[in-house]
Design a protein around this ligand. Structure first.
Ligand code: HEM
Ligand SMILES: CC(C)=CCC/C(C)=C/CC/C(C)=C/COP(=O)(O)OP(=O)(O)O
Length: 306
């Protein structure tokens, strides 16, 4: 459907956005892993939740994450227009007006939190609220334009979903969801900086102080290696603390060994041509598979032990 701008009296042009653009605002591909980690937190939790309520809780995590992603793009429309990777998003491409995105993002935020509270409990709703606020205010508005450490602190927003899933079942926060939070928290820097190395010029053009732009590639490679080492400890922590059993233990050991090997390759390379950054791209792609594998293993492990 073509989008023809319509003038409303005394206002800016209103673009009738296509539903596909609203879906695009929620960053659906990234959301698959956000939803999966939330689902695994829910499935690993002790206790029973009615399947309809479980489905509703996961839907709320998806809608909350989508709302936060929408508000991120509402705020960053000008920046997104300057980067090749993001220039075709609905706002910078001019397929939607900013106000529609703002209404959609705010509406979806309230809807997801209220539905979560009514369907499950208000602790899950509160943690969902914190993660939305954290992504929008702490990461997007405060840290991202100011410091190269933006994703280390701001990345915490993406670590909440397993805590939310767990809280939806138990009304509580246990040791395992905290361990899973730490795993995602320390996974985020290598995940993102591997990508930042090969899209560095994009961030430089948009004036965003991402680590490779501000501190250079050697420092970024060193930081990837540093956070990978901490992430490896976080990945093994559930085993060491006896929160999970041998299925997770074996998966975490093998999966993390491969992650460490790929991160080491990235660490010792001195390549600055994005076209030749195969190990960096490999680490970025594997980082996504890695979390899918480890979170899947947590659930299988808990079910086998039950
Ligand atoms: C502040 C933290 C994070 C930053 C800055 C970040 C950034 C990015 C970027 C720029 C991409 C490239 C794809 C795109 O253009 O959207 C990406 C891909 C991806 N991210 Fe992250 N990410 C972060 C945290 C997370 C978290 C917490 C998760 C899920 C648990 C996640 C899951 C994914 C997935 C699944 C992809 C691949 C999407 C695809 O296949 O295109 N990310 N990330
Ligand atoms: C439940 C809930 C609210 C979850 C939030 C999940 C979350 C914070 C995921 C972060 C993932 C993400 C796409 C970051 C992109 O960073 P960016 O916005 O800097 O990327 P960009 O350059 O592509 O816009």
């Amino acid at each position: 459907m073509a989008s023809t701008p319509i003038m409303t009296e005394g206002s800016a042009p209103v673009i009738p956005a296509h539903w596909r653009d609203f879906v695009a605002l929620t960053k659906p591909r990234v959301m698959t892993l956000v939803v999966f980690t939330g689902l695994c937190g829910l499935l690993a939790a002790p206790g029973h939740i009615h399947p309809v309520l479980a489905f509703t809780a996961i839907l709320c995590i998806a809608l909350g994450a989508g709302a936060a992603a929408t508000l991120n793009q509402w705020y960053e429309a000008d920046i997104d227009a300057k980067m090749k990777r993001t220039a075709n998003r609905p706002l910078p491409a001019g397929r939607m007006d900013r106000q529609s995105a703002l209404h959609f993002g705010v509406g979806l935020s309230f809807f997801s939190v209220l539905l979560m509270g009514v369907a499950t409990n208000w602790l899950a709703a509160a943690v969902l609220t914190v993660s939305i606020l954290f992504y929008v205010f702490v990461y997007t508005i405060w840290l991202k334009p100011r410091t190269a450490q933006n994703i280390v602190i701001g990345g915490a927003a993406g670590a909440f979903p397993p805590v939310i899933g767990w809280a939806a079942v138990t009304g509580d926060i246990g040791a395992l969801p905290v361990a899973l939070f730490m795993l995602i928290f320390f996974w985020t820097p290598p995940h993102f900086w591997a990508l930042a190395l090969f899209v560095k010029t994009d961030y430089a053009a948009a004036g965003i102080p991402m680590l490779p732009v501000v501190s250079g590639e050697v420092a970024t490679r060193r930081q990837i290696w540093f956070y990978t080492a901490i992430m490896a400890v976080a990945a093994m922590a559930p085993v060491l603390l006896r929160l999970t059993g041998p299925i997770y233990g074996t998966t975490a050991l093998l999966g993390t060994a491969l992650f460490v090997a790929l991160a080491f390759q990235v660490f010792r390379r001195r390549e600055s041509d994005p076209a030749r950054m195969t190990p960096e791209k490999r680490l970025f792609k594997y980082s996504v598979l890695y979390l899918f594998l480890l979170f899947g293993a947590v659930v299988v492990d808990r079910w086998v032990a039950a």
